[in-house]
Structure formats: C-alpha cells, structure tokens
Design a protein around this ligand. Structure first.
Ligand SMILES: [Zn+2]
Length: 417
C-alpha cells in the first residue's frame, strides 16, 4: 500500500509542490525561458539520470578507481531497496499477514540475488526490526534539514506551476496519506539518495483495495509498478527500467486488474517515494507485487517461494535493462522450474504451475493470470492446464495427476530455458 501526502485544497496543493533542479540549472533555464528559447514545461526538469549514462556506468562497474586521497572508489551501480512502510507499523494487513514484513522478505531475497552480481552495490533500507543504521543515523542528524530541503524546492516549484510551466496531475489512483513523520522519512530517503549518488531506488509494497469487510478478500489482483510522472527528471530512465521489470514479472504474474492500474505501469506525481516534488534524481519505482489477500500469500511455504520468484523476476528485469547477457540464474527464469517434486503438496503444485506457465499451458486458454494465479492450489485452473499438456504429450493414463510420464515430460530439459 502506497503512501503519499493527500492535500485537499488546490491552493495548499500548489503551495506544496517543489522541484529538485539545481539552482544553476534553474537559473539557466529561467534565462532560456526569458530569451524565448523554451516554452515547454519539460525543459525545467532536465534529466537527472539517463538510460545511456546508466548503461555506460554498468559497463564500467567492475572497475575500481582511486580518488585524490588514495582511497579506492568503486564505480558500482548503487541500488537502494526500500521495503515499504516502517519497521513496526504501517502498511496493509490481512488476517495474520503484514505487508511491512512480506516486503522485507522480498527485499532480502532481491538483495541476495543482486549481490551475486559484482557490478552492484546494494543497500537495504530496513529489516523487520529497524532501519538500516546508516539511514537511522541520517534521519536523526538531518531531521530538520530534510524539511528545509523539501521546502526549498517547494518555493521553486510554486513559481513553475504559477507560470504554467509545470502541469499538475492529480487524477489516478487514490493513495493513503502518510503521517507527517513517515512522509518526512520518505523525503529523507530521497535526500539521502541524491547525496549518495544512488542509481536505482526500489520501493517494495503489497497492495490492498478498500472494501466493506476487510476480513474477506477483495476483487482485484496482480502487480503494478508506479513510476514518476513524465515531467519529472527521473521519469524517462525510470520508465525504461520499469518496462523491463514489468515484462519479466508479467511472464508468471498477473498485471493488476484494477482499471486504473491495468497498464501495469502507472505514472504518479504525488507519491513521495518515487519523487513527489521532483525530489529524486535516481531511477525510482514503487512496485506493488500483488494484493495482500491473494491466495499465494496465505501459506508460509508458498509465500516464501513466491517472494523468491518476485525477487528473481525483478532482478532479471533490471538485467534486461542493462542488456546483460548472463541475466539468467542457473539457466532459468524461475527457481521453481528445477524444483524436484516430492509428495504432491502445495509447493509441488506451485512448481507444476510455474513449469506449465513456462511451457505456455498455464493459465489454460480462455483464462487470465488474474483468474488462474500462481497459488500452489490444485483447482480447475491447474487441472485443465495439466490435462491439455498431457493430451499434447500423448499421456492418457495419468489424467489429472502428475505420474512418472507426466513428470518426465514436465522436466524435459530442452524446454526449460
Ligand atoms: Zn504499502
């Protein structure tokens, strides 16, 4: 569930918007405007990060240089992973599940995979008990400065909006508002990413949908990636990374069927995490991996496997962005493709669902990924897909169950790539 500061009156809203362009750039741009060189809003938000600079940095990320003081400086791509919400509160909950804990599990798995790649330097913002000491110390030390920093850009943005050079986009998905101190920590993270030259910030969340009885599941499912609205400085590069991450996630997972999210990637101007007020230079996206009441989160065994798959798909999406040829781990795009079946329990069913999906049989034809998700539950979706697979393989005596022949066919090595 996302947090942003919701403001009701337009006048207050306008008064709260800010930009992140440097004073130099700002004055240059103003000068250009005054000389009539530019008249479009976009020019104010000079790209803070570009696809080509990221690509170039990735190529050189295995080199270590020495700075003027003789210190070794790594040129790694810096990735900050922010599990959504606070260590001990906030985020959506469903029955015994807490979003703020699930996202830490995704973050830890993602960090582990990213760290297998020597070109990345990975920082995780918090665990289940507290903030990363680096950020904790930063929040204490910078608490007043964070506000001042935000306020400074506010003043600039008021002018831009006032001159009609930046358009306000308020339509879209309504988000819960963040309490002041939570919002300030999010701005603090933004400020920290700017000061520490973070290249990519990934904010991880699990979605929820308002409904009358929150003991029961809601009707929407699937993932969505929130990206900065296109006028922002980090929008283009973020969009490019979000595209490849979304493509990887959508191989196995449903895209949100909430109408406003159905494109899979949604631009947003107001989410603090991805740079409200243009406060982020880095590529910054907020991934809602699914809705908390979806069945795959219910059982711990299944949830743990799903969380790993989310992490792997996210990693592979980032690799795709960098055009890295060795993107696949163990030759597969899912850990479950090589999972050995045991007793036919839920984790086996989940593995069969992934293998069938990989082979194009799941979801069965006529069904969507929202209707037939990766659940570990044996139901009509899995049975229909399995029967079609068995039919195509000429297996007639194991209908509806995974016998020896079916298993052999499922694990045909050549088809897993
Ligand atoms: Zn959230």
């Amino acid at each position: 569930m996302k947090h942003k500061v919701l403001l009701t009156a337009l006048i207050i809203f306008l008064g709260s918007v800010s930009g992140v362009i440097s004073v130099d750039t700002f004055e240059k741009t103003i000068a250009n405007i005054q000389t009539g060189m530019y008249n479009a809003a976009g020019v104010f938000f000079v790209d803070s990060i570009t696809v080509s600079s990221l690509h170039a940095n990735y190529k050189n990320a295995d080199k270590v240089s020495v700075d003027v003081n003789g210190q070794k400086v790594s040129d790694k791509i810096k990735i900050l992973i922010v599990p959504g919400h606070e260590p001990n509160y906030g985020g959506t909950e469903y029955r015994n599940l807490k979003e703020r804990d699930i996202v830490v599990d995704i973050a830890d798995n993602l960090a582990t995979i990213l760290r297998t790649n020597p070109r990345y330097e990975v920082i995780v913002a918090r665990d289940k008990n507290g903030w990363n000491p680096i950020l904790d110390e930063y929040f204490s030390r910078e608490w007043e400065n964070i506000l001042e920093w935000k306020e400074k850009y506010k003043a600039e943005m008021i002018r831009l909006v006032g001159q009609g050079l930046v358009k306000i986009h308020t339509e879209g998905v309504e988000h819960n508002s963040a309490p002041n101190d939570v919002a300030r920590r999010l701005y603090g993270i933004n400020k920290w990413t700017v000061e520490n030259n973070v290249d990519i910030a990934l904010h991880l969340h699990i979605n929820d949908n308002p409904r009358s009885n929150t003991r029961n599941p809601g009707k929407y499912s699937g993932f969505t990636i929130y990206v900065p609205e296109r006028q922002y400085s980090n929008a283009k590069a973020t969009g490019a990374v979000a595209d490849t991450v979304s493509r990887r996630l959508s191989k196995y997972f449903a895209t949100s069927n909430l109408p406003q999210e159905s494109d899979g990637i949604v631009e947003d101007q107001e989410l603090v995490a991805i740079g409200r007020h243009n406060t982020v230079d880095a590529v910054s996206m907020l991934i809602e991996y699914g809705y908390i009441y979806e069945p795959q989160y219910e059982e711990k065994d299944i949830r743990d496997l799903i969380v790993k798959e989310y992490a792997l798909s996210t990693y592979l999406g980032i690799q795709d962005f960098f055009g890295a040829p060795n993107a696949k781990i163990d030759g597969a795009d899912s850990f479950l493709l090589s999972q050995k079946l045991t007793h036919g329990g839920p984790t086996d069913i989940l593995a069969v669902q992934f293998i069938l999906a990989h082979k194009g049989y799941y979801p069965p034809s006529g069904k969507t990924k929202n209707e037939c998700g990766m659940t570990g539950i044996l139901g009509p979706c899995t049975l229909t897909a399995l029967q079609k697979f068995q039919h195509d393989q000429g297996i007639s005596d194991e209908t509806g169950r995974v016998g020896e022949k079916t298993q052999k066919a499922l694990y045909t090595v050549t088809s897993i790539q």
